[in-house]
Design a protein around this ligand. Structure first.
Ligand code: AMP
Length: 393
């Protein structure tokens, strides 16, 4: 059983909250996208309304256990100050320096945002001493960092054992509820759209989905290993020979289970990848020698859109083309539009698909956008999330 944060009585108590404030920054170190900050607000506001002493901790980027100001949480502290209209205490570090005293002395209803947890090597190593130091900062532990639940780090696992009282935050509850719905009782027809670069990253997810979905669209770079498995030439497109046999097995399993697998039937391709690359239309499944397929073609777009329109539940992870290059962004854009227009319950699990919806200004038209691509894929694959498991009482 995991305790519900709504039952937490925390007036004047020190609440340590692990949040996921790992936001993208601009070159000038400003917050480029507030989605993860906004997603944390229900938990933060709840704790402040209860007049808790709130200690918030997060990582940002990959500073690899060393202090690196390019990954400071200062820009996040500035945004939080603006949103909450109250001053935040932002110490220089997440350990030492009188933090324990500060956690006792701070005013009820105020917030300390610790500096990036990953400035200390002990965080990612799940180090017992670092875990103990962090645990000394709170009386109650709350985890609202959905995006890091699949990592066994000091702040998500190691420190949790030091607490009698531990809770899942509102964001974690909401994300898990959405994913459970997909695993247990999705409204049919259930369609999964899986794109992105690498088959090896998503092969377990695709295999798992065959037990749950009615149809599955495979697009992006990973589609070409499947086309090759069907016997088509793929030119110089992305191909992972080492998982070709798994792709073959998946296609056979889909047939046995009556799951429709949709693969691109035409493509936009180029000879060389680059920002100015021009698209050549290939009007058939097979790709000629020397060409790299980087997006789905117009026929495929129509076929995929029709499948989206028929679905009552949709899960989407990964772009359907090399969308960073404008000439190859149409596939992802048109599918994003179709998902937004559909009446289906739609769950978006991951960064690039969410980005596509955001850039089109239609993010609010889908039912749920997950704040954690890696964590949602791990959950849907059926893997135990260490951060979630640690909250069990
Ligand atoms: P992922 O992180 O696995 O979702 O992959 C996202 C990346 O896949 C993006 O950076 C895309 O540029 C890339 N991608 C999508 N389609 C293709 C393709 N046809 N060939 C190569 N890379 C692709």
């Amino acid at each position: 059983m995991i305790r519900h944060i709504g039952d937490l009585d925390c007036a004047h108590r020190r609440v340590f909250v692990r949040a996921d404030l790992n936001v993208p920054l601009t070159a000038e170190s400003h917050v480029a996208d507030r989605m993860r900050i906004d997603a944390f607000l229900p938990t933060l506001r709840f704790l402040l309304e209860q007049k808790a002493r709130v200690i918030v901790a997060s990582h940002l980027g990959r500073p690899k256990g060393q202090v690196n100001h390019a990954y400071s949480l200062l820009p996040v502290a500035e945004v939080l100050t603006e949103i909450l209209s109250q001053e935040l205490i932002f110490p220089e570090s997440c350990v030492g320096g009188g933090l324990v005293k500060l956690s006792h002395d701070m005013e009820p209803g105020s917030v300390v945002l610790l500096e990036n947890l990953r400035f200390v090597a002990g965080e990612e190593k799940n180090d017992p001493q670092f875990s103990e130091n962090l645990a000394a900062l709170g009386d109650v532990y709350v985890n609202d960092a959905f995006g890091t639940l699949h990592r066994a780090h000091a702040s998500t696992v190691g420190m949790v054992g030091h607490f009698q009282e531990k809770y899942a935050g509102f964001l974690v509850e909401k994300e898990i509820k959405e994913l459970r719905m997909l695993s247990h009782n999705p409204k049919r027809p259930f369609l999964a759209i899986i794109g992105g670069a690498k088959v090896s990253d998503k092969i377990h997810l695709i295999e798992k989905f065959l037990d749950r979905v009615d149809s599955i669209i495979l697009g992006g770079g990973l589609a070409y290993t499947f086309l090759k498995a069907q016997g088509y030439a793929v030119g110089s497109s992305k191909l992972e020979e080492e998982v070709l046999h798994v792709a073959e097995r998946i296609l056979q399993k889909a047939k046995r289970k009556g799951v429709t697998v949709l693969l691109p039937c035409d493509h936009l391709a180029t000879k060389k990848i680059g920002v100015d690359a021009q698209a050549t239309l290939i009007n058939k499944k097979a790709i000629p020698d020397g060409l790299i397929a980087l997006d789905i073609g117009p026929h495929t777009r129509e076929e995929f859109k029709a499948c989206v329109a028929d679905a009552n539940t949709i899960f989407w992870n990964g772009p359907l083309g090399f969308f960073e290059i404008p000439a190859f962004s149409e596939g992802t854009r048109s599918i994003a539009q179709a998902v937004a227009e559909s009446d289906a319950h739609s769950v978006i699990g991951g960064g690039d698909s969410a980005l596509a919806l955001n850039s089109l200004g239609i993010a609010d038209k889908v039912s749920h956008i997950s704040t954690g691509g890696g964590a949602s894929l791990a959950y849907l694959e059926g893997r135990t999330l260490p951060g979630l498991h640690a909250l069990e009482v």
